[in-house]
Design a protein around this ligand. Structure first.
Ligand code: CMP
Length: 132
């Protein structure tokens, strides 16, 4: 089934010049970028994006990192796009990451993990409405 989802290249991905690498890997998997723009998120928008993590001990650190530089916001369309974008990006926890995924190949860190992708149909809808 064709779906739409939200993917964001985080400030470390932009700083490390990995925009092209991330786009290439998503497109290789036949995910189509239907909208894209760069933005430096403010605290309010970052807190809205990550509202499900409010109250967790890493929340403040996550927000500080998310607003530390410009990000790339993308609307992606493709076959089972929510699941497939997450496969391309890789696991949240470093010990579970596989080589061949973006995080597996480029990030040893838990928080600074280069790319975000919506994790469910409901999150995809909410996050797309927030930014597009
Ligand atoms: P992301 O997939 O964008 O979703 C939430 C983000 O919070 C996650 O990537 C990490 O950057 C960060 N994160 C998740 N769990 C932790 C944790 N236990 N400690 C620190 N950061 C975390």
């Amino acid at each position: 089934m064709i779906e739409e989802t939200f993917v964001m290249i985080k400030p470390d991905g932009v700083r490390r010049n990995l925009i092209g690498e991330v786009v290439k890997r998503l497109e290789q998997k036949l995910m189509t970028i239907v909208d894209i723009r760069m933005e430096h998120l403010d605290q309010g928008k970052a807190e809205k994006l990550y509202e499900m993590h409010k109250g967790k001990d890493f929340f403040d650190m996550l927000i500080e990192y998310t607003i530390s530089g410009p990000v790339v916001l993308m609307k992606i369309q493709g076959e089972e796009a929510i699941m497939n974008c997450r496969i391309v990006i890789g696991e949240t926890y470093p010990e579970k990451r596989k080589a061949g995924s973006i995080r597996g190949d480029f990030s040893p860190y838990l928080t600074e993990n280069l790319v975000h992708a919506a994790s469910s149909k409901q999150d995809a809808k909410r996050e797309l409405e927030l930014f597009f």
